[in-house]
Write a new protein. Structure first.
Length: 400
């Protein structure tokens, strides 16, 4: 995740004890005792223990873990549906655990929309009316809320279903209504608690892709709860992995797979198809050499010969990728007396972003097996991927 993005939510040292003597449980925690021992000694359940992480503006952060890991408790602490025992949750300067009831209500309306597992639709209301509900209780004018809700339904692919009732919709469509209702509220953070868990596998996959497409368009800051590792790896920009109310590891899907923090994480990721999650960044190699647009063909050809390659990527001074020069084209340029390679560059090559799934890359190699260029959003050349590196990474993924 690009840590240059602004931090939307700061979570610092958050703990939650369920019971009437929370300080006794925290004192034992500070002595090094874990959840089962604390429960046995005090009857108090340590739901969360010293949780700290950031949520960046526009990221889709997945909080995952098995049943009882504390993930649903944590997401409910973010908007204070559950009060924390200690710690800070700061959103745009407001520390949520310390807000008055009035300030908390205003904060929730401004910052948080929530999508639940069970859809939570009103059966007697149409799709349009369900999508409008949050706006209605906020007192938004009828014509205005109809317009906003209609736009939200368009965003989730339900245009034309406005007058249908929930019992006329599939499970996936019902969940889209719930998502549209959350979007219509235009809160700055979307909280999704096991939102797709009740759907059958095929519809679930479809909804994951819908969410990713929506995220690409809207860049909504989203916190997504799941117990499903495949789902987390598929949709998350980063993953916070919990166990027994504690953070075990925070990282990108690729970091979780390739740099597991401990044996628990290693066991957790056993059986995952790494080739589906590994990206171009994992197979990328530094460039041995590049050429400049202002270089002459003899200079470019000399660099190719020195590095035993038959093509060379050409960049400007800022490393922006301009094209590819092949040895044959450089030879033609020499024969034609050219003093610059500019007119002899080709755009007949593949380029990808660092997060392009590795499994997509193999099919991109042409018969010439030209190296695939890896570029950032500004088209700066970061490195290249050669066919052998892809095969090597896929082979290692298959062995693990």
């Amino acid at each position: 995740m690009d840590e240059q993005r602004p931090v939307k939510i700061k979570v610092r040292g958050v703990s939650k004890v369920f019971g009437k003597q929370p300080q006794k449980a925290l004192a034992l925690r500070d002595q090094g005792l874990k959840r089962p021992e604390i429960l046995e000694k005090t009857g108090q359940t340590l739901g969360l223990s010293n949780i700290s992480f950031d949520v960046y503006q526009g990221e889709l952060l997945v909080i995952m873990g098995l049943s009882g890991s504390g993930k649903s408790t944590l997401i409910r602490c973010l908007n204070r549906l559950i009060d924390t025992t200690e710690g800070e949750i700061i959103i745009e300067g407001e520390n949520i655990p310390t807000l008055s009831d009035k300030a908390l209500l205003a904060c929730r309306r401004r910052h948080f929309s929530m999508v639940f597992q069970n859809f939570a639709l009103f059966p007697h209301r149409t799709v349009q009316q369900n999508a409008e509900f949050g706006l209605e209780i906020r007192g938004i004018d009828k014509q205005e809320r109809q317009k906003i809700a209609h736009t939200a339904l368009q965003q989730v692919g339900l245009e034309g279903w406005e007058n249908a009732y929930p019992n006329q919709l599939s499970g996936g469509m019902q969940q889209r209504v719930g998502l549209a209702r959350a979007l219509a509220n235009d809160a700055s953070v979307l909280l999704m608690d096991e939102a797709f868990s009740a759907l059958d596998p095929l519809i679930r996959k479809d909804m994951q892709q819908e969410l990713l497409q929506l995220q690409t368009r809207m860049q909504k800051t989203t916190v997504f709860i799941t117990h499903d590792l495949d789902e987390a790896l598929n949709i998350g920009d980063r993953i916070v992995l919990l166990k027994d109310g504690e953070v075990i590891q925070i990282g990108t899907p690729e970091q979780i797979l390739t740099q597991p923090a401990d044996d628990y994480v290693r066991r957790f990721i056993e059986g995952v198809d790494r080739s589906r999650v590994l990206t171009a960044a994992s197979a990328m190699r530094p460039l041995r050499t590049t050429a400049r647009e202002s270089d002459g063909p003899r200079t470019a050809l000399h660099r190719m010969r020195d590095h035993a390659i038959d093509s060379i990527y050409v960049t400007d001074r800022d490393r922006t990728l301009l094209g590819l020069l092949e040895a044959e084209a450089a030879t033609v340029a020499i024969q034609q007396g050219a003093d610059s390679i500019k007119r002899y560059l080709t755009q007949d090559f593949r380029k990808v972003s660092p997060d392009e799934p590795l499994q997509h890359l193999f099919a991109m190699f042409s018969e010439k097996s030209l190296p695939i260029a890896v570029v950032d959003e500004q088209q700066h050349l970061l490195g290249v991927v050669v066919k052998g590196a892809v095969l090597d990474e896929l082979a290692k993924a298959g062995e693990q």
